[in-house]
Design a protein around this ligand. Structure first.
Ligand SMILES: C[S@@+](CC[C@H](N)C(=O)[O-])C[C@H]1O[C@@H](n2cnc3c(N)ncnc32)[C@H](O)[C@@H]1O
Length: 309
């Protein structure tokens, strides 16, 4: 690790730790606009006639410096804490102000550079990177953070298209391939798919049922549908399972899934109720993939957390 010459970024002692992996790094000196009461050496006048001087950025523990870009554009960077009443506030205790990230990204990158935040939380880094024309990668292990991030980015006018990738999905596919398939690279055979369903049914304490189109098992008086590992359970998928359940004059359906289509929960519970079927949605947790837990049948299924759109 090489320590960055922070003094080239701004005249500050507030950045305690700033390092780089290689000796190739970017430090753009930042310029701040200071309005003056009267003209002084090197000062100029802006359009409304106010005196100003553009100087090296000062110590910015708190405040809202006016940052001057190379093309002369002036923008206020508010780096004050994101308090409860702030319009930026998204409920993250350690949410950073956009102004702070603006300073950091302007000081350490140029348009088109790639910025990464592997603990992105409420998405401040990527939102600012997007607004400043940087490319970005963001990661977080919390589903709510990904949801907040997606929503915040979509709220940015002319936001570039982006993709949300779920690493869990690849991990699950890998697990399914090596556990039930012949190879992780080949598509699953019908037998391997059956073994996958039988495995999850057994963990759930259900028995396989044969010959039905969308229903895979039975637990007590409930019929059971199991979602695929590599795709979210969709509204239409649950719809056909409810229909088949109703046709069989069965009044309880349990759907077990790894991922869920957005907005499905209340919609499907209501849809099932109208058809006289009590619907229970249950999350397949990653412990299923852990041999020890599965061997001890120490795997529980919970109702998935409902995310407000
Ligand atoms: C303090 S928050 C970041 C807040 C962010 N600076 C902002 O402005 O919103 C830290 C985030 O790191 C995530 N996190 C913690 N451990 C992680 C891990 N091992 N991998 C990925 N994300 C992780 C948490 O879910 C949380 O959302």
């Amino acid at each position: 690790m090489v320590e960055l010459p922070v003094e080239r970024l701004c005249r500050t002692n507030t950045i305690r730790f700033c390092s780089t992996k290689s000796t190739e790094f970017k430090v753009n000196g930042l310029t701040e606009r200071q309005h003056l009461e009267k003209p002084s050496t090197g000062s100029s006048k802006d359009e409304p006639g106010r005196c100003f001087a553009d100087t090296v950025l000062r110590d910015v523990i708190e405040g809202a410096p006016l940052i001057v870009d190379k093309d002369g554009t002036v923008a206020k960077c508010n780096i004050r804490l994101v308090l409860n009443l702030s319009s930026e506030r998204l409920g993250y205790a350690t949410q950073k102000p956009e102004g702070l990230l603006t300073l950091l990204l302007k000081g350490a990158s140029a348009a088109g550079d790639l910025v990464a935040d592997f603990f992105c939380g409420s998405d401040t880094t990527m939102a600012v990177a997007e607004k400043l024309g940087r490319r970005w990668i963001g990661c977080d292990l919390e589903r709510w953070a990904i949801h907040t991030t997606r929503k915040r980015l979509l709220g940015i006018e002319s936001c570039q298209t982006f993709e949300v990738l779920n690493l869990d999905k690849y991990e699950c596919q890998y697990w399914q391939g090596v556990t039930f398939g012949d190879s992780r690279d080949k598509p699953l055979t019908e037998r391997a798919l059956y073994e996958y369903l039988a495995f999850v049914l057994k963990l759930y304490g259900a028995a396989p049922v044969l010959g039905l189109e969308h229903l895979h098992g039975r637990k007590g008086k409930a019929l059971v549908h199991i979602g695929a590992v590599d795709a979210p359970v969709t509204i239409s998928q649950i719809g056909v399972a409810i229909k088949e359940c109703a046709q069989l004059k069965q009044d309880e359906l349990h759907v077990l899934g790894w991922e869920w289509e957005m907005g499905l929960y209340y919609l499907m519970v209501e849809e099932a109720r109208k058809k006289g079927v009590k619907l229970l949605l249950l999350q397949i947790l990653r412990e299923v993939m852990e041999q020890q837990a599965a061997a001890k049948a120490d795997v529980r299924f919970f109702e998935p957390a409902y995310l407000e759109a």
